[in-house]
Ligand binder design. Sequence first.
Ligand SMILES: [Zn+2]
Length: 439
Amino acid sequence: MPAAFDSTESAEQEIITITQQLIRLDTTNFGDDTGPGEAGAAEYVTSLLAEVGIDSRTYEGRKGRHNVVARIPGSDPAAGALAIHGHLDVVPAVGDWIHPPFSGEIAGEMLWGRGAVDMKSGCATTLAVIREWQRLGIAPNRDLVLMFTADEEAGSRYGAQWLVENAKEEFHNVTEAVGEVGGFSYSLRDDLQLYFIEAAQKGIAWLEIHGSGVAGHGSMVATDNAVVRIAEAVARIGNHNWPIRLTDTVKLLLQEMSEITGVPLDEQHPEEVIATLGSLAKIIGATVRHTANPTMLSAGYKTNVIPADAHAVIDGRFLPGLQDDFMNEIRMLVGDGLEIRPQIIERSVETTFDGNLVDAIKQSILAEDPAARILPYTLSGGTDAKALDKLGIRCFGFAPLKLPANLDFASLFHGVNERVPLTSLQFGARVFSKFLSKA
Ligand SMILES: [Zn+2]
């Protein structure tokens, strides 16, 4: 184990300036390649690494979409490598902001701007801690693969997905990975902070439903109207009561919450236990069942013409390990005679909440916050972990931040006035440094 890792003072200072600089480099991802791209941020990251003697490689998943990867050799070459991933892009900043979204202003002990939590602060945590270790001459226990990716906010096609397909050699011997979304605190009581570590993700199934029927005049008796067939299928899907199914990670979380709060867990009706999670209930509540929401409908072009076809789009999210179960149910709801065409299918992810890496996560948080209780959870969305999972890498969401009780963290993600307390960043740097020393 490396010595002298307690001296994180300069990482604590640097994490603020690096987050600030990254926010000022606009990397908005509009999802259609019209944004500024990640070149500026990638260049900045490359220079921060080079300054402390770390060589990195830059990959353009598409022109202007830059990814940076670096490997730091560990003291135990036999140990599997740990990937630390963060994305450089951000979602568009719309709405009225108190401080301009790309200003990186510090006001009221907070750092403001798009990316303050999702996730330029996470990238800055890695950079600040690694730079300090390099300056102090500390080698990690195992090889570290640092990834700063493009395009996460639009499905990672030019980022992590591209890297695992086109730069596979970078992932040689990588067995585990940490990235967003996890390690943040939720204040349950003054003397009890919950820290959520992501150990699973739901899968994504964006589906088009196509129906065709017999075209005809709107004044006549219709025998096979595509609009009616699509409307019926959409209504069946939208009204479907998906059964509650507690997957391993969710069950573990709810059992622990039940124990902490004294609210009994009814596995068929876990709503009461979920409600104890306050502002996080909207995230956790989406992980006890599949969901399928109709989001788009189109048919027809003239009032008195029965169209030959009609279409709908469904945003489906399936539970880890239950993709087939979800698709079978959807097929049943859609019924015969309509066609299901997948727009996007992205895998679910789940790993067990145990092992040395989980121990390192727990110990590093407890060392900085003895009032912590560390719990696994399932993310209802997706991250770059979906790409790494394809290589058999165990993925966790762990980008530590201790948050004040009155901050609704979940609403800051992609929200207006994204911001992060400076003390949260500093806490994150201390915890991450301790984590790496044990990982
Ligand atoms: Zn993110």
